[in-house]
Design a protein around this ligand. Structure first.
Ligand code: ASP
Length: 608
């Protein structure tokens, strides 16, 4: 038998047992005539004690880091206990040992606080995966997957695989394509999601489907994106939005319970997209803390809060505010005593190109009820006081104000809100807050092409009472500058996103299930009949054979795991991730293929 126990298993109750362990050598420490070795496997670390009797054998067969070692010995109580590890009360007095395999010296230490940088760890990811920090992430991922599967199974969902070699399923990214050898000059696309297949399964009568599935999107990789990632992909027939929200709120809560032992009992808050944009400046707000936005000017037409605060800031000839399209403020709690250096630092922060503001105005709401601002020259104290009251600031707060073009300013203040929250420790690790964001616009206007694009995807249904607006109006935009006044701008989607701590972790919609409406949708997106037929003829055809009302959602599995694991990066939760250029540096992919393969595929590379 290779081993009787694992390296994480033995305790005081095993004292005097004769056991065999196998694992990797983490450390070798020689003290005079005895040698201590930490032996590691997936389950933990056990200390081995090689007594003087084994010295000659050890000299002949020296042990090194990451050697694969098998030992037989007796479990002894340790004289020097280590309360940090579960096996810390015992050690193994080694009788015999066998080196099962040697190891080259690893390029970094296989420990929690490794000396290896990101690049080297990715190149030797198989070694990095031996570190317990990484292993714990994968264990968490496995636990999330198991919990999701159990919940979905208990609710009658069926796991059905869908193909990878398909035709484009648009989710707003570029497709990865695969050439077909047998069909010369033709290409498959890898799915950006299984969207059309899960809808077809609804037509086929499999009314509750799920799959934990890879999706492929060729997009410029921001820090937290991967070209292939995993979704918990779900679809249900005979449902309304309310059914979906309840079912998948249940899924998220079940995962919290199973994985983190958190009883998330309260109902998940719901917020309209407009309200989220107006209150927090973005559609995935972290609602664990307040710092809500206050619009000091007349809000733009997309927002629900039409209250006009312009009089507060006008009339003092402060051009920066008078000329700006938008003036937005947040009241940061407890920061009225910020020094000049600190407010300068914030000003620099908003001026960075990523944020793109020209400057920052602040008002200190002092504890003694007085006000001090960076615009004292323009605003008398009573005006500052009125602004503070409108911005819901109280004594001790620091009001930060940004002014500029609407979209940029809104994004900047929302970033500033998160930045300040991070600074103040308001985004507490271990505290989780879910949120549903609802009623998204169905369309977005793409300026470069002067046309509408689907905000979610083209299969998303409008709100039932907005369907006539879509049917009755010509999608053509005659005046690009006025796209906001086009009726299509006001059409709301039957779509929802689930947000966790300021991250979108899931999104979905009630789908269109009528052929004519789907055709109208494709046409609104600029597809003529031939293109519709070429790209989605199969779906339009299926809708003629009894398509039930249906809807669904997909969760970003990697991201959900990362948030539960308290990490910023989804890469930490993927066994073999790609780097920011989409490369797997371990296997060195992507890479050139040989000429023979190109010939077989009938592909000639440009320039060759
Ligand atoms: N297919 C969608 C996505 O990948 C999710 C959904 O609508 O169910 O975002």
């Amino acid at each position: 038998m290779f081993r009787t126990h694992t390296c994480g298993e033995l305790r005081m109750t095993d004292i005097n047992k004769e056991i065999t362990l196998a694992g990797w050598v983490q450390t070798v420490r020689k003290f005079g005539s005895i040698t201590f070795v930490d032996l590691r496997d997936r389950y933990g670390i056990t200390q081995l004690l090689f007594s003087e009797k084994l010295n000659a054998l050890l000299d002949a067969n020296p042990l090194g880091r990451e050697f694969v070692l098998q030992v037989t010995g007796t479990v002894n109580e340790r004289s020097n206990k280590n309360p940090q590890i579960p096996t810390g009360d015992i050690e193994i007095l080694v009788h015999t040992f066998t080196i099962l395999n040697k190891s080259a010296t690893p390029p970094f230490t296989i420990q929690d606080d490794t000396d290896g940088g990101d690049d080297i760890r990715m190149k030797y990811r198989f070694l990095d995966l031996r570190r317990s920090a990484v292993r714990k992430n994968l264990e968490l991922r496995y636990a999330v997957g198991r919990s999701a599967r159990n919940y979905l199974h208990e609710n009658n969902f069926m796991d059905i695989e869908t193909p990878f070699l398909i035709k484009s399923t648009p989710e707003g990214a570029r497709d990865f394509v695969v050439p077909s050898r047998m069909n010369e000059g033709q290409f498959y696309a890898l799915p950006q999601s299984p969207q059309t297949f899960k809808q077809l399964l609804m037509v086929s009568g499999y009314d509750r489907y799920y799959q934990i599935v890879k999706c492929f999107r060729d997009e410029d990789l921001r820090a937290d994106r991967q070209p292939e990632f995993t979704q918990i992909d779900c679809e249900m027939a005979f449902v309304e939005q309310e059914d979906i929200l309840n079912m998948f709120e249940g899924l998220a809560k079940r995962i919290f319970k199973d994985v983190k032992n958190i009883d998330y009992t309260e109902k998940v808050e719901r917020m309209s997209w407009e309200n989220a944009m107006w209150t927090y400046g973005n559609d995935k707000p972290d609602t664990r803390f307040d710092m809500k936005l206050c619009n000091l000017k007349k809000p733009g037409s997309v927002f629900t809060d039409k209250s006009d605060h312009a009089a507060l800031i006008s009339g003092v000839d402060f051009k920066v505010f008078d000329e700006a399209e938008t003036v937005l403020a947040i009241a940061v709690p407890g920061c009225s005593e910020y020094s000049r250096k600190q407010t300068d630092e914030l000003t620099e922060w908003v001026k960075r190109p990523q944020i793109g503001m020209k400057g920052l105005v602040f008002i200190k709401c002092n504890a003694d009820g007085t006000y001090k601002s960076s615009v004292d020259k323009f605003y008398p104290e009573e005006k500052l006081k009125a602004i503070a009251a409108t911005a819901n600031a109280t004594a001790g707060d620091l009001i930060l104000i940004l002014a500029g073009a609407e979209e940029r300013t809104r994004k900047a203040i929302s970033d500033l809100r998160m930045y300040m929250a991070d600074k103040l420790g308001l985004r507490k690790p271990g505290e989780f807050k879910l949120l549903w964001v609802l009623d998204f616009p169905l369309f977005e206007y793409a300026e470069e092409d002067n046309r509408w694009v689907a905000r979610h995807h083209p299969f998303t249904s409008p709100k039932p009472d907005h369907i006539p607006v879509m049917i009755d109006n010509d999608p053509q935009i005659s005046n690009a500058a006025e796209y906001l006044s086009h009726p299509y701008s006001g059409i709301k989607a039957n779509a929802y996103d689930m947000v966790l701590n300021g991250n979108e972790i899931g999104g979905g919609s009630i789908r269109i299930h009528q052929r004519d409406l789907q055709e109208k949708m494709f046409a609104a997106l600029g597809m003529d009949e031939a293109e519709q037929q070429h790209k989605f003829g199969f779906l339009l055809g299926a809708f003629e054979y009894g398509a039930p009302p249906h809807g669904g959602i997909a969760f970003g599995f990697d991201r959900f795991c990362a948030i539960l694991g308290g990490s910023e990066s989804i890469r930490d939760f993927i066994a073999f991730p790609k780097n920011n250029s989409g490369r797997d540096v371990m296997i060195d992919a992507p890479s050139a293929i040989d000429d023979k393969q190109l010939v077989e595929l009938n592909i000639r590379l440009a320039g060759s």
